[in-house]
Design a protein around this ligand. Sequence first.
Ligand code: COI
Length: 354
Amino acid sequence: MIDTLPIRIQATAASRLTELDPAHIEFGKMFSDHMLVVDYHDGAWQEPHILPYGDMAVSPANSALHYGQAIFEGLKAYHQADGSVAIFRPLDNLHRLNASAARMCMPALPEEIFMQGLRELIKLDAAWVPDAAGAALYIRPFMFATDGFIGVRPSDSYRFIIFTCPVGVYYTKPLRVRFEQHFVRSAEGGTGYAKAAGNYGGAMYPSKLAQEEGYHQLLWTDASAHEYIEESGTMNVMFVLDGCLITPALSSSILDGITRRSVLQLAHDMGMPVEERRVSSHEIVAALQAGTLEEAFGVGTAATIATIATVGHDGRDYDLPTPAADAFSRRVSQALEAIRTGSSPDAHGWMVAV
Ligand code: COI
């Protein structure tokens, strides 16, 4: 694609890069020097500009703060074996952002603004892309309402921003998760498939209760019967049972994860049997009780491939065996990392050079 969009760039006079300690990168605490900002008003997206990362003024009456008219995305850029930088499946994120925007009555973002803005931003902050194993530049695009109006109706104006942060692993240990059998993350017909800010805010209280019981995350179940597994809050969830990779089929209450999509593709490539279907908690608990559940793991941009070590159900904890070196989750994690860092061929055309 030829970059044709005018993007005004105001580069920082004082880079904070020297504050970054590559050996101790914590997820989401440190932000790169610049951000892309694009406003929408009068029915059109305005000229994008890149400026130093920092605070900004917004109307205290905006509908994002009061009614949750806010959506976001998460993707990553990787340091390549040849020293360049490439972004993993960015167009998939744009398409999901626009699906979320439609659900939340927000304007679609044009591809040239997203792609050119993203590339310019990452080019400018390329020195922030960490090159340690497992590290990456996390990219957070988001859009929110900006009208100064407190009536309940979609805003007429919006702001779209992308900022980035160098990150290491999100979960530093194998996870303890438990089934959620009381609270609901999303119901069929709700906003669960969208990356709407409120989905995450609403999940914090049940997650906090689980954390107080010693779990890292919840295994959300369906809103009507609490029987079928949906996802795990910061990630989709997968199981290996009888040599088959099983994951809940997508629905309007489950996020269509891009890592999920990629892992399913790689499983097909590896000849692993795959089932996308309803997965009942009874089936998983029975396999845990019988000791036949081979693997359980979360998949997400931030989470990457996160091993689940313990599953709690009805007050009882079931431990899973530590995945062996040839376990599917380990093999797929290595295959994904090799594609992302350019050390193995990108057969599906997932990487976009900066
Ligand atoms: C991501 O994996 O990018 C997410 O958005 C999950 C979480 C950090 C909110």
